[in-house]
Ligand binder design. Structure first.
Ligand code: DSN
Length: 483
């Protein structure tokens, strides 16, 4: 507990906020405190999570949340949007500078929303606009019922290719359980079965055979860089629109770790992202483009597929983008990658098998069959030991998407805490010693369980202690002591 005169502004701000919340519903204030304790007591290796700064967190909790502002700055469907216009324009300008993009749309509420805005912008530009022009009409409301039916059918006949799920692709890239798969006829490209690395010749062949309207690149569980320049060449050769979903690695793009052929902004027609993963902002989405003719359709995201923009979140995005424009963020991005590399080496030297044999980004995919476990068992055993990861399919996974054979580890959050390569070696040791000690149990029919395991309580306790030591040396929000 800090003495009165030493209480930091951050401690005061959050403590007072919790006091105010308590006056309406004290249990919520308790759960907010509980979440902080929880996050402070576990090594967070979820590759899609991070710790936003106190400034980003505080920008989200205010009266900007109360304002409706459908439309775009200067063109709203509601009066009274002076400061929403200012904050949205600021966030957009920061994003354009940060990513060297001509156009930035900061309204999407999440990654899936950003992708929907992108898909509908492409369809509006490539399908709807030429259809209206060929019928001498300016607006869909001007079409006859019969022409409208023809256009609707045409939307549903479009094709897309994206990275397969077991290779590390994402559900929103045209897979059936997601709206994108119901909208587009999709085929996916995978990785080479030997190297587990993307096969650009396969993408080229698939594109030539399938003739998609859209080629999507981007991943949530692929530990390598992607050569976006090569995919752009393929897209151009079949007149496809090239879209990159950089949600996972946006921080590495902002931090200039991914440049030239590996930079999505200069190579794709349209780029989407979340803002809360390696980019370290509030939970939300963004769409970027350098293509003038796509920008006017992206701007129609709300109310096309989005509800009213969340002005408080756009304010927090502006704060996060301002932070990411500082030189320290480049150092952060480079440390994220170096830490992932150190973590990968640490796991490999202790007997783990890495999918693709290593990493070039912020994540490491470990095949846990080498430890005699499924991904589900590994995930739970690590949580027992104070390490939070998620189970993940590996390419051609024999255990399917529920049990899986892998775990995905990411370094953005621990790097934010200030951990370095030596710490990653300790983290690798905590992980590997836990996985080596965990043993699957037998089912009632005598088979090896895919879900249950035993892990000696001494290992759990000692590894929790080691995780705690690392967290004490690298605390979350060191200036924050709730009073
Ligand atoms: N849920 C995110 C992830 O964990 O990768 C992707 O949407």
């Amino acid at each position: 507990m800090e003495s009165e005169e030493n209480i930091s502004d951050v401690s005061t701000a959050f403590s007072k906020a919790l006091e105010v919340i308590s006056t309406s519903e004290p249990t919520v204030a308790e759960h907010i405190r509980g979440e902080l304790d929880n996050q402070r007591s576990q090594l967070k290796l979820i590759a899609s999570e991070n710790y936003a700064s106190p400034a980003v967190l505080l920008a989200m909790g205010n009266w900007f949340s109360d304002k409706y502002a459908e439309g775009t700055p200067g063109h709203r469907f509601y009066a009274g949007c002076e400061f929403v216009d200012k904050v949205e324009t600021l966030a957009s300008n920061h994003a354009k500078e940060l990513f060297s993009a001509n156009y930035a749309y900061v309204q999407p509420h999440s990654g899936i929303d950003a992708n929907l805005v992108a898909f509908w912008s492409i369809l509006a530009h490539r399908i709807e606009a030429p259809f209206l022009a060929s019928h001498g009409k300016r607006h869909v409301n001007d079409l006859t019922d019969s022409d409208w039916e023809t256009l609707r059918t045409s939307f549903g006949n479009q094709r897309m290719i994206g990275m397969s799920l077991d290779a590390g692709g994402h559900l929103t890239h045209g897979f059936r359980p997601n709206i994108s798969g119901k909208l587009f006829d999709q085929r996916s490209y995978g990785v080479n079965p030997e190297t587990e690395i993307l096969d650009y010749d396969e993408i080229n062949t698939l594109a030539k055979e399938f003739r998609p309207l859209v080629i999507v690149a981007g991943y949530s569980a692929y530990p390598r860089k992607v050569n976006f320049a090569k995919i752009r060449e393929i897209a151009d050769s079949v007149d496809a629109t090239f879209m990159v979903d950089m949600a996972h690695f946006a921080g590495l793009v902002a931090g200039k770790v991914f440049a030239d052929d590996f930079d999505p902004i200069s190579n794709a027609h349209i780029v989407t992202s979340t803002t809360h993963k390696s980019l370290r902002g509030p939970r939300g989405g963004i769409v970027l483009s350098n293509e003038e003719e796509l920008a006017e359709f992206i701007d129609k995201g709300c109310p096309m597929v989005l509800g009213g923009p969340l002005a408080n979140i756009m304010a927090a995005k502006a704060v996060a983008f301002a932070e990411a424009r500082q030189p320290e963020f480049r150092e952060y991005a480079s440390n994220v990658v170096n830490n992932a590399s150190a973590l990968a080496s640490g796991i490999e030297k202790r007997g783990g098998r890495l999918v693709t044999g290593g990493t070039e980004n912020h994540l490491v995919l470990v095949d846990v069959r080498k430890f005699g476990l499924t991904g589900r068992q590994a995930e739970s055993a690590l949580e027992d030991a104070g390490v939070v990861v998620n189970r993940n399919s590996i390419p051609f996974d024999p255990n399917g998407a529920w049990y899986t054979s892998g775990i995905r580890l990411g370094t953005p959050a621990l790097t934010t805490l200030g951990m370095g390569e030596d710490d990653m070696d300790e983290v690798a040791d905590i992980i590997c010693s836990t996985l080596k000690a965990a043993e699957p149990t037998k089912t009632s029919s005598g088979e090896q369980s895919k879900a249950n395991y035993i892990l000696a309580s001494e290992i759990q306790a000692s590894n929790r202690e080691r995780a705690g030591d690392l967290l004490r040396l690298n605390p979350l929000y060191p200036d924050l002591n709730l009073i």
